[in-house]
Structure formats: structure tokens, C-alpha cells
Design a protein around this ligand. Structure first.
Ligand SMILES: [Zn+2]
Length: 262
């Protein structure tokens, strides 16, 4: 039993250390390091679960805002944001542009925006979908910290803290604030952001092809305990083609890649 605790502690320390080394800008370095971590996690599933329960206990037992890891590379295309890792106070990307795609939101709306590299990649992805006779529509891209605060607070007020934490992100922890994520949908389901999107032609095409354009399905089915989010087939995140291909072919989430579980 004692041995077990030490091992869990060891894995926990490894996880923490790994999360901090992630601030390196070099994909290659992170890549090989996290690969080692990935093997440990896959080979020892019971350890992984114990570790996660410990982490959850820590999270619920403290004031979350003061315990969140503050990301030091918010401008990186591989920036790793989740419920435990927040963007620095006041961060806003400075290269937001409007991709030339079909948008659901009205002209001039911030939700149309993405960072330039992600926007150009999204245009390619949508053009490819169009060539297959598919009708993807951008629903919600960039979200300012202020708007995320409003969304989160109204979710807490309407549904309670637990529900809010499951379905929306605390301010500073939403990928939409990076300008690298966008929710997409299609007309068959009236542009809804719901799991039935995966059953549409557009949703299944997106799942199989997004990586070719540098995007990942950030919150996949079956990985809810790892990402901390319910399955969201509509939420795609730009990470660049190299990393997107790697994550797709290895069936990894960013949490598994960086070796740090929710
Ligand atoms: Zn989203």
C-alpha cells in the first residue's frame, strides 16, 4: 500500500513537471518527452485513474482561481489550455482575422474571428468540405475574456456550479479565447452544437479529415475523463498540421500528448 502511494506521488510529480516543461516552444522536444509519459499512462491504467482522483480532490478542495497553472506561451499554435491551465490575465491575440467561410453570426461579430494562421487553414478545410458537397458553417470562433466571463457566470446562475464546470469553461481556460478554436455545425441540425452533429455527413467527414488541415476534435468521445469535457464533435482546435496528424493517428488528446491529465 505504502509503495503504491509513493508510486502515485512519483507519477503525480512527473505529471506536474511535464506540464511545466510544455512551455518550451519546440514541438520536437515536447514530443519525445511526452511520448515517454504516454507509455507510462497507457501501461498503467490503474495508476492513471488513482492519480486523476487525487488531482480532482485537490481541485475541489481549493479555490480554483488561485490554483490554476498560468500558461507562459499563449501565442503558440500548440498552446495547451484546459480547466487547470489558464491564459495569462488580459491575454488577447493580436492577429485576429475573419476567415472567408460561411458564418452563422452576423457581420462584425467577434465570433467570426480566428488567428490568421488558423483562419487560412480553416478556409482550406471548408473549401475541401465544399468540394465533397458538404455544408459546414462557422458558429463560434474567438471569444474575448469578457464574453467568456459572462457566459460562465450566467451558466452558474442558471444551472449551478457543477453543471457550469462540466459544460463551459472558467474565464481564461476556454480555448476560444486563444483564437485557435471554432465551433462548427451544419444546416441539417439547424446549426446546433450538439452530439448529433457527428451523425451528419459533415460531422463524420470533419472527424476523419480535420487533421489534414491542422485541426483536431479537441474533446473526443471516450476521453471525457481525460479532457474534463463532454464529447464535442463540433469543437475543432487548430494546432498545425504536424501535431494534428500525430494526435489523429495516435488517437491522443492534448492532455495525453503533454502527459498531464485533467
Ligand atoms: Zn467550442
Amino acid at each position: 500500500m505504502k509503495k503504491n502511494i509513493f508510486f502515485v506521488l512519483f507519477v503525480f510529480l512527473l505529471s506536474t513537471g511535464c506540464a511545466q516543461t510544455e512551455t518550451s516552444q519546440s514541438i520536437k522536444m515536447v514530443h519525445s518527452f511526452s511520448h515517454k509519459k504516454g507509455t507510462v499512462l497507457v501501461a498503467k491504467p490503474s495508476i492513471q485513474i488513482t492519480n486523476q482522483q487525487d488531482m480532482n480532490k485537490n481541485i475541489s478542495g481549493v479555490e480554483p482561481e488561485t490554483e490554476l497553472f498560468i500558461i507562459s506561451n499563449p501565442e503558440s499554435m500548440q498552446v495547451y489550455v484546459n480547466k487547470n491551465r489558464r491564459l495569462p490575465e488580459g491575454y488577447a491575440p493580436d492577429d485576429l482575422v475573419e476567415p472567408d467561410i460561411s458564418h452563422l453570426s452576423p457581420e462584425g461579430d467577434d465570433r467570426r474571428l480566428l488567428r490568421e494562421e488558423a483562419a487560412r487553414a480553416l478556409e482550406e478545410l471548408f473549401a475541401a468540405a465544399d468540394q465533397h458537397g458538404l455544408n459546414l458553417v462557422g458558429v463560434s470562433g474567438y471569444r474575448s475574456n469578457q464574453r467568456q466571463t459572462t457566459i460562465y457566470q450566467s451558466s452558474v446562475a442558471n444551472n449551478g456550479q457543477e453543471h457550469a464546470d462540466k459544460f463551459s469553461a472558467r474565464p481564461g481556460t476556454s480555448e476560444h479565447e486563444t483564437g485557435l478554436a471554432i465551433d462548427v455545425s451544419t444546416s441539417v441540425i439547424a446549426f446546433a452544437l450538439e452530439q448529433t452533429f457527428q451523425q451528419t455527413d459533415e460531422g463524420s467527414w470533419l472527424e476523419e479529415n480535420a487533421h489534414q488541415y491542422g485541426f483536431i476534435i479537441r474533446y473526443p468521445e471516450g476521453k471525457e475523463d481525460i479532457t474534463g469535457y463532454s464529447y464535442e464533435p463540433w469543437h475543432i482546435r487548430y494546432v498545425g498540421k504536424e501535431l494534428a496528424n500525430h494526435l489523429y493517428h495516435e488517437s491522443l488528446t492534448l492532455e495525453e500528448y503533454f502527459g498531464y491529465h485533467y
